[in-house]
Design a binder for this molecule. Structure first.
Ligand SMILES: Cc1cc2nc3c(=O)[nH]c(=O)nc-3n(C[C@H](O)[C@H](O)[C@H](O)COP(=O)(O)OP(=O)(O)OC[C@H]3O[C@@H](n4cnc5c(N)ncnc54)[C@H](O)[C@@H]3O)c2cc1C
Length: 420
């Protein structure tokens, strides 16, 4: 079968990979001149089945409303964005109810554990150096209440296979000696041994390169403009340079998927949620952590990538604006380094590589995979804060569906049909 994948981020590249592996003729199109140019470029680098609770907790919604318009807050809703996200926002609120939230945490965790297993298989199968680490991820907490909430979420994830170990402050420092300086302020933490980390951009670009050697037709620098149907079936995609026919298409254009889907009458409940990252060279510095760390209270993740330290965070509802705002990046760096005062004293934040991009966020949390309701058009988008974690699993699920196979995990809660 001839399949064209639209979008060359994590999700598009892994989907193309598994389609190729299943013996299909695959083309991948992206408007950028390299793979992973957008949300998959400099993300938090975490492969974390441990972080699968959707963001619409009642507490987060309260913070979002309290901090409207506050430039240095980790969650920022710009007043100008409110009218544009009314419908999505109502869904975001509705799905924050405890039973929805618990179910979606498990839907995400099920896909994430499957995905991390596939990542291990992929790494065993093809030579891929993306500064990966398989030493687990540590979540740290600064208040006993936050630790208790995380234990409850983790219990839900544990039911679908996420292993974990609860630690007191001393245990945290034993696992990660770089936390010694803030030991007194830590209430405890949770260690997730099966989580991993790695550079998403390197992964995409290297897997893409091997895919090309195996027959993938890669069309970069080509913008998809129009989707054409014949007798109700998507048969052709028009770009600024060509017209591409295929038996099936996969919509994997990240935060911009809703605009293209709209041409087919498909309404995708996805909004862009902006995030920032800063990447610092820590090769000659003392006190940098070795383990990836999630600091949920400060809303940042801190990941070692070889000689570099990546700090990522913030959720900004600001439409499709990707401007890098120095004040927001400075806040991310400050929050991340607050856990490592010795390291902070040696760092000049002005030297960080600064980046901002848009997470494609579904209104209930899980991604949207599989059939779109329009024959010939498959969906793989809406992964929100978990696109790197889900990439292999979501790619394989969609490739299996196109291939006519039953995916290895249940699709309940992962398809567009859940909103019906
Ligand atoms: C700050 C930040 C930190 C994050 N940290 C983590 C983390 O630690 N762990 C984790 O699991 N996830 C994380 N994420 C989420 C993850 O990065 C995203 O979910 C993931 O990158 C989404 O991948 P994608 O392929 O769907 O989208 P993208 O990577 O954005 O890919 C979409 C592609 O479609 C292309 N495209 C769009 N429109 C068109 C068009 N009309 N024509 C041609 N091409 C088009 C774009 O050029 C782009 O390359 C983070 C995200 C951010 C922003």
């Amino acid at each position: 079968m001839q399949v064209t994948v639209l979008g060359g981020g994590l999700v598009g590249v892994t989907t193309a990979w598994y389609l190729l592996d299943a013996g299909h003729e695959v083309t991948l199109v992206d408007r950028a001149t390299e793979l992973a140019a957008e949300a998959s470029h400099a993300n938090g680098a975490m492969l974390h089945a441990s972080h699968t609770e959707p963001w619409n907790t009642p507490r987060a919604i309260g913070q979002l409303l309290r901090w409207i318009g506050r430039e240095d807050s980790p969650l920022l809703l710009r007043p100008s964005e409110i009218p544009r996200m009314a419908r999505w926002g109502l869904g975001f609120l509705r799905y924050s109810q405890a039973h929805h939230h618990a179910r979606n945490t498990q839907v995400n965790a099920r896909l994430a554990t499957y995905s991390l297993r596939l990542m291990r298989e992929l790494e065993a199968q093809v030579p891929l150096d993306f500064t990966q680490s398989h030493e687990g991820i540590l979540k740290i907490f600064h208040t006993p209440e936050a630790l208790e909430t995380a234990k409850a979420d983790t219990a839900l994830m544990a039911e679908v296979g996420v292993r974990h170990e609860t630690l007191d402050a001393a245990g945290l420092v034993t696992r990660e000696p770089a936390l010694a300086d803030i030991r007194e302020s830590l209430s405890g933490g949770i260690f997730y041994p099966d989580d991993a980390s790695g550079d998403a951009r390197l992964f995409c670009q290297r897997l893409g390169q091997i895919a090309v050697q195996r027959g993938l037709e890669l069309r970069l620098g080509e913008t998809i403009q129009q989707l054409h149907c014949a007798r109700g079936r998507l048969t052709e995609v028009e770009t600024d340079r060509s017209r591409l026919k295929a038996d099936a298409f996969v919509l994997a254009t990240g935060a911009e998927a809703p605009q293209l889907a709209k041409q087919l009458g498909i309404r995708l409940p996805i909004r862009p949620v902006k995030g920032y990252s800063a990447t610092l060279d820590v090769s000659d510095l003392e006190g940098a952590p070795r383990l990836p760390i999630i600091d949920d209270g400060r809303k940042v993740v801190i990941t070692r990538l070889g000689d570099q330290l990546r700090i990522a965070g913030t959720a900004e509802f600001t439409g499709y604006d990707t401007t890098v705002r120095p004040r927001r990046v400075a806040a991310v760096i400050r929050q991340g380094l607050a856990n490592f005062p010795r390291l902070a004293a040696q760092i000049d934040p002005a030297e960080a590589d600064q980046w901002a991009c848009l997470r494609p966020m579904s209104m209930d949390g899980p991604p949207i995979l599989g059939e779109s309701g329009v024959p010939g058009c498959y969906l793989n988008t809406g992964a929100g804060h978990l696109g790197w974690t889900f990439a292999a699993g979501a790619g394989r699920v969609v490739a299996d569906l196109i291939d006519g196979k039953t995916p290895a995990i249940a699709l309940e809660g992962l398809t567009l049909g859940r909103y019906a």
